[in-house]
Ligand binder design. Structure first.
Ligand SMILES: O=C(c1ccc(-c2ccco2)nc1O)N(Cc1ccccn1)C1CC1
Length: 416
């Protein structure tokens, strides 16, 4: 049957112009018999034919007023469904005070239970406060209750445990359930229900859990690591990307599957990502302080929406705070502090080899007042000592429009 269909398609394909006909008038082929000219026709196969075959065939049938055969109707229906499957999504994310983190509504289970999660490109577990979290560790968070979800399935014997760079940690058991973010649903996502959370999470009342958008290799579920929500939805998207448009002191947006041209200014510069450690790891070729010249030096770091600050090599951090009268390393805070006024110099980092730089306005580096009298502030730039790489956290990300390209394993950076 396929052969027949294909044959008809081949014949009709020519008639409907599906195949680009390359005709060339070859003088040597010209025979003056009856005055008519002959010409040769060289066929160039149309690589798109297979994809658009049924459409072209249907066009031919319609052109000759021939009713469509049943299996052609079915083929068209399948293609239309296939077409419809491509999708995009977007979701608003809201900053907690001092932009310490950004929380995004996520619907889990059937009927949907909405929890507000910290979307974290620096980790790869989707874990939530749940009905299985001891009540003494819960302090206002919304809970995922698998018993109330008709689509929840317990993964018996599966566990997870994660510890974060700030010393916080959580652990628990694993369900599979439907997870919707930005209007996009993964029907079978690993949802990690916390049975243990550290004090940092208990005291963060508005944060109902984390949704990791790092690479799946970082996922901590045992005995079998699970895919992130993005890895599960990626193939359905118009393109295998998501973008982060975080903002200072106001809601930002995560988009999935498309790039919103109105969300950035100028070109997006792409740099390759090394995902071997599970993070969105890239290398910036240099930095500038205030209006100073660009210093060429390689800064290897990760794009991490789940880390609040910008953590850089201490040599650069010392150079930056040396420009600010009154700035000092405060051993009691274990951090650099600076006067809350005047506004400190901007900090720029280079992206790619096309001269693109992202400039972080100085006011983003006045992270938060330390003293009640508000004279000294906590620095938004701190040293990455002991981590092994730099971390482009929210202080840097909120100055840029960032494309996380899971298809090409690259990051795109643009000003906004
Ligand atoms: O918090 C984390 C972090 C995230 C995920 C994991 C992890 C362990 C197992 C799977 O994922 N471990 C981390 O530590 N930061 C940021 C950070 C901040 C400060 C110091 C160290 N780091 C990772 C992304 C770099």
């Amino acid at each position: 049957m396929v052969r027949v269909t294909f044959t008809i398609a081949l014949v009709l394909g020519y008639m409907t112009g599906t195949f680009p006909l390359e005709t060339s008038l070859r003088s040597d082929d010209t025979h003056h018999t009856g005055g008519g000219k002959t010409f040769s026709v060289r066929q160039v196969s149309n690589p798109d034919f297979i994809r658009s075959g049924p459409y072209q065939l249907a066009k031919a049938y319609k052109k000759f007023g021939v009713p469509l055969p049943e299996d052609l109707k079915n083929a068209l229906g399948r293609l239309r469904l296939e077409k419809r499957k491509r999708s995009t999504g977007n979701e608003v994310t809201k900053p907690e005070s001092y932009d310490v983190e950004y929380l995004t509504p996520v619907s889990i289970g059937t009927p949907g239970q909405v929890l507000h999660l910290d979307i974290d490109t620096g980790s790869s577990d989707l874990w939530v406060f749940s009905s299985e979290t001891p009540s003494n560790l819960v302090n206002g968070q919304s809970l995922y209750e698998p018993a109330k979800s008709s689509t929840a399935q317990k993964l018996e014997g599966y566990t997870w445990k994660i510890s974060y760079g700030d010393g916080s940690s959580s652990s628990g058991v694993v369900y599979r359930d439907s997870v919707t973010l930005g209007g996009l649903t993964v029907s079978s996502q690993a949802v990690e229900a916390a049975t243990q959370v550290s004090e940092e999470f208990t005291s963060d009342s508005n944060n109902d859990g984390l949704l990791g958008l790092g690479f799946g290799s970082l996922n901590t579920v045992q005995p079998k690591g699970q895919k992130t929500w993005f890895e599960n939805i990626m193939q359905e998207l118009d393109s295998p990307i998501f973008t982060a448009d975080l903002k200072a002191g106001e809601p930002g947006t995560y988009n999935f599957g498309y790039i919103d041209k109105n969300a950035h200014i100028g070109n997006i510069s792409y740099v390759s990502v090394n995902d071997s450690n599970g993070y969105w790891t890239w290398t910036s070729p240099g930095y500038a302080i205030g209006t100073g010249a660009l210093v060429s030096t390689q800064i290897m770091g990760i794009a991490d929406t789940g880390t609040t600050l910008l953590l850089l090599p201490s040599t650069i951090v010392v150079m930056y705070y040396a420009q600010i009268p009154g700035a000092l390393y405060d051993a009691t805070q274990g951090a650099y502090t600076l006067p809350c006024s005047p506004t400190p110099p901007d900090f720029s980092f280079a992206v790619g080899d096309d001269g693109q730089v992202i400039t972080i306005p100085g006011e983003y580096i006045l992270y938060a007042a330390i003293t009640s009298i508000g004279t000294m502030c906590f620095g938004g730039i701190q040293a990455d000592s002991g981590i092994g790489f730099s971390i482009f956290g929210d202080v840097a990300l909120k100055a840029a429009f960032v494309v996380f390209d899971g298809g090409k394993k690259r990051l795109g950076w643009a000003s906004k």
